[in-house]
Design a protein around this ligand. Structure first.
Ligand SMILES: [Zn+2]
Length: 228
């Protein structure tokens, strides 16, 4: 039976200039390990090494991917498939460690990342790397759906997992956290709930994700969980 487990891959301190609250905020970096009858799937691989300026700005602390996997009783060799929600350095840091294991990313995201000035050199296209470019939605294993969720970046994608205890959306950074998801989920239903204009507009892909009838939604930078 398919299950989902969270991995803590590190943390960083978002400076006050970026939080909108006037205070810095510590944010977790979470990956998700999907145990599927056809193999282990990993969403996101941790925080890569940035340049000196980035290191000082975000002050990241990393959990090496092998260690994070070991805490879940798994190893790099066990992985059948890797998915990156997007290719910023805090999501693909462990990609060079996965060897020839297929890595799924949207074609648009790969193109932007390979053009430079997007993620750090050496995190992409390691020797023997096996990127598989997606053009939109895919179902690489039965009940494991990759769904484009542009917004944070144009090539962002999320993963929907039909698990034993209900469907789980691994949102990645489609939303910064559970509260933002909750607001968008309600926005899609606002008119049906009888609210008149003006109403907020949720991203179009929210309808696609909600059509899977998720029981839980989990995030790359928030330990909070949305529940139906
Ligand atoms: Zn991020």
């Amino acid at each position: 039976m398919t299950s989902v487990q969270r991995l803590l891959l590190g943390s960083f301190v978002r400076p006050a200039e970026e939080t909108g609250t006037g205070a810095p905020r510590v944010e977790g970096v979470y990956g998700y390990l999907v145990r599927h009858p056809d193999g282990l799937v990993l969403l996101d691989t941790g925080i890569g090494r940035g340049d000196e300026e980035t290191e000082q700005w975000y002050r990241p602390r990393r959990v090496p991917l092998p260690q994070a996997l070991a805490s879940a009783g798994a190893s790099l060799d066990d992985l059948s498939l890797v998915v990156n929600c997007h290719l910023h350095f805090d999501h693909c840091g462990g990609n060079p460690l996965v060897g020839g294991t297929p890595i799924l990313a949207q074609r648009t995201e790969l193109a932007v990342a390979r053009a430079g000035d997007y993620t750090f050199t050496g995190l992409l296209d390691h020797p023997g790397s096996n990127y598989q470019a997606l053009d939109g939605e895919a179902e690489p294993m039965t009940g494991v759906h990759v769904v484009p969720t542009p917004g944070h970046v144009e090539g962002h994608q999320s993963v929907v997992v039909v698990a034993a205890d209900g469907t789980v959306v691994l949102a990645g950074q489609s939303h910064d956290g559970a509260s933002a998801w909750s607001a968008d989920a309600l926005a899609t239903r606002a008119a049906a709930l009888g609210h008149g204009a003006p109403l907020p507009v949720a991203p179009e892909w929210m309808d696609r994700l909600l059509a899977f009838d998720p029981r839980r939604v989990v995030f790359a930078h928030d330990a909070a969980v949305w529940e139906a």
